[in-house]
Ligand binder design. Structure first.
Ligand SMILES: C[S@@+](CC[C@H](N)C(=O)[O-])C[C@H]1O[C@@H](n2cnc3c(N)ncnc32)[C@H](O)[C@@H]1O
Length: 283
């Protein structure tokens, strides 16, 4: 009996769309086949009638199975775009979110481009915040910390891949990694989901590191720890910017006021939800 002919690119995509969750559709099929072939979307379009070799079909099938089982697309591709950067991500790192770009924007508004400012990013994960700031402020010295050695390894690779040599990495729990140091601006997207929150069992969150997501019964344990010692690590007129859940703005403002921050305010994300609270340390 003659072997069945290899499917072409277009046929592979049609078959994949039928297997993938309805929300994924052709876009995800193209991303995964493009990844297996190491080609972009335009190439897939232009080569729709090219036959797909058996080894690529097998690789594509494995990616589809993992996606159907719920694995995040960013982990399957091993990368995610953030700000202007293409960042490597692994299951040791949170997948950077577009919401966090709001935190970067607010930080940049407070960082003059012509001064040698010192910036810290607490809980850097893939390096997203630190590297985005460093890419926009070449004179800034940026220190990125994390309690996870595996996450820091990824962040270091991302710094090297983007030629961001003024970013330095420190291992340790929150301020322990920065003993005796002061900064002009500290930004953090710490874990802030309440333990037991049902969202932790849904979507991408099921696959991301628990240590990057949840923080005590109300989700605020890490934010409390960061705010409590922030005054010892900020220069006068230095800024602390914290990303948080959309129902935590009032609580974070109250925590900042309680230790003496001024100009405390909560800013919203693109969907008009509270997302970042910031304050200035009067010194
Ligand atoms: C929500 S993720 C944010 C990652 C990255 N900044 C981003 O926005 O994509 C929180 C990060 O904090 C780190 N983390 C958790 N507990 C920590 C601690 N006690 N000290 C330092 N980093 C911690 C996690 O490993 C994780 O990388």
């Amino acid at each position: 009996m003659a072997a069945s002919p290899s499917p072409d690119v277009g046929q592979c995509l049609v078959a994949a769309v039928a297997r993938l969750p309805a929300d994924d559709g052709r876009h995800v099929a193209e991303l995964l086949l493009g990844h297996a072939l190491q080609r972009d979307r335009a190439w897939l379009f232009a080569h729709a009638r090219d036959l797909v070799p058996a080894d690529i079909q097998a690789e594509f099938d494995a990616l589809l199975r993992r996606r159907i089982a719920g694995e995040p697309i960013a982990y399957l591709l091993g990368k995610r775009g953030f700000w202007t950067l293409d960042l490597q991500v692994t299951p040791a790192t949170l997948i950077p979110r577009a919401d966090t770009e709001r935190l970067v924007e607010l930080a940049l508004e407070r960082l003059p481009a012509d001064q040698n400012v010192r910036v810290a990013d607490l809980g850097t994960g893939s390096g997203a915040i630190a590297l985005a700031i460093a890419s926009e402020r070449p004179l800034a010295e940026v220190i990125a910390t994390d309690a996870s050695t595996d996450a820091l390894d990824v962040a270091r690779l991302n710094a090297a891949a983007n030629d961001l040599t003024r970013v330095h990495f420190r291992l340790g729990s929150w301020w322990e990694a920065l003993a005796g140091e002061r900064f002009d601006l500290v930004a953090s997207n710490p874990p802030y989901i309440a333990e037991g929150d049902p969202h932790l069992q849904q979507g991408d969150l099921r696959h991301e590191p628990a240590s990057a997501l949840s923080s005590g019964v109300d989700g605020l344990d890490d934010i409390r720890a960061i705010i409590a010692s922030a005054p010892r690590h900020l220069h006068g007129d230095g800024w602390l910017l914290l990303e948080h859940g959309h129902q935590q703005g009032a609580a974070v403002r109250q925590l900042l006021h309680a230790v003496g921050f001024v100009e405390v305010a909560t800013e919203q994300d693109l969907e008009h939800r509270d997302r970042v609270t910031l304050g200035c340390w009067p010194g």
